[in-house]
Design a protein around this ligand. Structure first.
Ligand code: AHR
Length: 701
């Protein structure tokens, strides 16, 4: 309860701070300084902008085992046996985008992530194949099998196979056998020490022709666990070939070939408005034959060749373009489609001109796949892939981070895509990947992008220091800002409270400036935390949501975003502030022109704020971030509203210290809590806890 208000007017600010400490029970850690009381003034009658309906989104790509070993339901690792593909570098001049380039496989290897059971011998076979897309199979020599000694293969999934009680798993695979194999095959889910069998099934009818087999495996009332394996064995001698060995748990909203339920639910709980996909660097790839070639990610999963991604591991592309759309549908998100724009990461690009044209056409076809109806070639293909309704698409991004393209070709490439897309789809808003945080000389000048995508990966201090940067941006520019990747990178594998504080300061900045910042999304979204060492389940050090095979958790940054997203309002109000406290940040000197620069001392603000209105609910929403290690009092003054009800709500995310974090073992150490508060009016003072993010909901009359 806040008892402070009636006494405040007559007091000087320093005495006030002491009094607040006592009355609010927040004596510990309150700075007893003579500093003047910070004040924010909210002008409830001055609306800066309508809150864009695209404010809190998701940015996603295959990194850190985000889909395979993450969101995508598939539990078998290396189900197509192509993880041993040899990386072949194809330069753009030797690459025809219309052609499929089959990967070569190191056939001497036994396939990664598969092991033998009993006396089985396994190898990769590129002669007996299911189809041209999956141009290798697993050859399983079970000649030593007998009634007493079952022989076969096992797969340990992505750092374990999660088994839950009373759950039905769908198993499917393609198989053929050498002549006279009597079968049957037996499949099971077992603990990796072999002591427990959770579910099993028998498969017969494997013949000399490739055939698809399906079975269900249902567990009983067991304890959930993840140190488990999948096994396929036989007691009949022979030779068998396998391909597309798949095990799917129940999926979110029961979507076939769908997504993991806990991760989907975490995302859904944060109400994301859009999904920027498929990257990120994943859209570009290291080389032209490793880009996100959308046409090879559609259709039946056993027809998708898969590809090596720039994050260093194989992707089956079971999670392809249709699945991105299904994800949007399940979470009611708008797709923000990034198209490949003729540039790959290892610094090769195709300059504007006839050689770029096939990629422009490919982008137009991709847009048709997403938005077309049954009368269009690619719309009809999407319907065949299981998505009858065209998707509402408003934003298309041309490439990703093209400031890395040192050839300077982006302006020309952007223009070629822009002209072709606008000619066919004038309603689409097109996003340049070179934002205003980049040098003027490498930005797009020949066309006016509808939006530019700015990326900010920062330390806590850097993020807080830049958290007023948009307040002074030029308002006359017709191009809006999409902050398509941002994160305070403190804490690993997932950010800690310091990360959440930097993020919240930055989100306040974006909210205050929603007249120019049209949309934004944090990145990266996911990290599999199972092996942070040599096995590398993580490629990027600070990610929003962590998980292993069985459990998942949101970082403090996730909760900061969740509460911001839940308290957006629909109008952004004008706010000004005085007397904001600061802290000293000594920034280590960079090296410039080979010369080490001396450290720089910066005074950085330590309180951040924004204010919005929820018109329908008649509420004013105030966000206050106190990044300091001590509680801080602050006054809120509201003009342009007749009255504010005495009672309101405070939602607070706070931690004992800035290193506090969530993890698989302690998933809810830092989570928000809401409470009713009183003592609110058009002028009130409250104390904000150390290291805290507070959202006040005030009932305006
Ligand atoms: O989010 C990780 C990577 O950071 C993205 O793939 C890329 O766009 C950026 O450099």
């Amino acid at each position: 309860m806040n008892l402070i208000k009636p006494f405040t007017r007559a007091l000087s600010s320093s005495r006030l701070i002491v009094l607040i400490s006592i009355l609010s029970g927040a004596t510990a850690g309150v700075a007893q300084s003579n500093a003047p009381l910070p004040v924010i003034n909210i002008f409830a009658d001055k609306v800066v902008a309508k809150m864009p309906p695209t404010f809190y989104g998701l940015m996603t790509e295959e990194i850190n085992y985000s889909y395979e070993g993450g969101l995508y339901g598939e539990l078998i690792r290396n189900r197509t046996f192509k993880a041993d593909a040899i990386q072949e570098i194809i330069k753009p001049e030797n690459y025809d985008p219309a052609k499929h380039y089959p990967v070569k496989i190191a056939v001497t290897n036994a396939p990664k992530f598969w092991s033998t059971v009993g006396s089985a011998k396994i190898s990769l076979d590129t002669n007996i194949i299911l189809n041209d897309a999956l141009n290798v199979s697993l050859k399983l020599d079970v000649s030593g099998a007998s009634k007493d000694s079952p022989v076969g293969v096992a797969n340990g999934g992505y750092w374990g196979i999660p088994i839950r009680p009373n759950t039905t798993y769908k198993f499917s695979f393609f198989a053929k056998a050498a002549a006279n194999f009597p079968g049957p095959l037996s499949v099971s889910l077992e603990s990796s020490d072999g002591k427990e069998i959770f579910a099993n099934a028998e498969i017969s009818g494997v013949t000399g022709d490739w055939k698809k087999f399906e079975a269900t495996l249902t567990t009983k009332s067991i304890k959930s666990s993840q140190e488990n394996i999948f096994k396929l064995t036989t007691t009949s001698p022979g030779t068998i070939w396998l391909q597309q060995v798949s095990l799917m748990p129940p999926t979110f909203k029961d979507r076939p070939n769908g997504n993991r339920t806990d991760l989907s639910q975490l995302l859904d709980d944060a109400h994301p408005k859009f999904l920027r996909f498929p990257g990120g660097n994943y859209v570009e790839g290291d080389y032209f034959n490793e880009r996100f070639n959308w046409k090879e990610t559609i259709g039946p999963v056993e027809q998708r060749p898969g590809h090596r991604s720039c994050w260093g591991y194989w992707s089956t592309d079971g999670f392809g373009l249709p699945e991105f759309l299904g994800w949007c549908q399940d979470l009611n998100m708008e797709p923000v489609l990034a198209v490949f724009a003729g540039y790959c990461l290892k610094h090769d690009s195709i300059p504007a001109g006839p050689n770029l044209e096939p990629y422009v056409q490919e982008a137009l076809e991709e847009i048709e796949y997403v938005t077309g109806d049954a009368s269009t070639k690619w719309g009809a293909q999407r319907i065949k892939d299981g998505y009858p309704n065209p998707f509402k698409l408003r934003y298309v991004e041309i490439g990703n981070e093209d400031w890395f393209d040192r050839s300077g070709s982006y302006d020309g490439r952007f223009a070629q895509f822009y002209d072709a897309i606008k000619a066919k789809y004038p309603q689409l808003k097109l996003i340049s990947t070179v934002g205003y945080e980049q040098r003027e000389s490498i930005r797009v000048h020949s066309r006016t992008p509808d939006l530019v995508d700015e990326h900010y990966y920062r330390s806590e201090e850097e993020m807080e220091a830049q958290s007023f940067v948009y307040d002074s941006r030029d308002r006359s520019n017709p191009t809006k800002i999409f902050v398509g990747e941002w994160a305070t990178r403190v804490g690993s594998p997932t950010p800690n409270m310091a990360g959440a504080l930097g993020d919240a300061a930055w989100m306040c900045c974006m909210e205050r400036n929603a007249d120019i910042v049209h949309m934004h999304c944090y990145a990266p979204l996911f990290v599999n935390v199972s092996d942070l060492g040599a096995g590398r389940s993580m490629q990027w050090k600070s990610d929003l949501i962590g998980y292993n095979a069985l459990t998942s958790y949101g970082s403090p940054s996730y909760y900061a975003q969740k509460i911001f997203s839940e308290h957006q309002g629909d109008e952004v109000l004008t706010v000004s502030a005085q007397n904001l406290p600061t802290y000293t940040w000594i920034q280590s000197g960079r090296t410039r022109n080979g010369q080490a620069q001396p450290p720089r001392t910066n005074e950085v603000k330590s309180l951040f704020y924004s204010a919005t209105r929820d018109t329908a609910a008649g509420k004013i929403i105030v966000k206050i971030v106190n990044r300091a290690d001590a509680a801080q009092a602050m006054k809120v003054e509201i003009s342009g509203a007749t009255a504010i009800a005495d009672e309101g709500t405070a939602t607070v995310l706070k931690a004992d210290n800035r290193n506090a974090t969530n993890s698989s073992n302690d998933p809810k150490q830092v989570v928000p809590a809401s409470e009713k508060i009183t003592g609110l009016s058009t002028s009130f003072t409250r104390s904000y806890p150390p290291c805290s993010i507070t959202i006040l909901e005030l009932q305006a009359k």
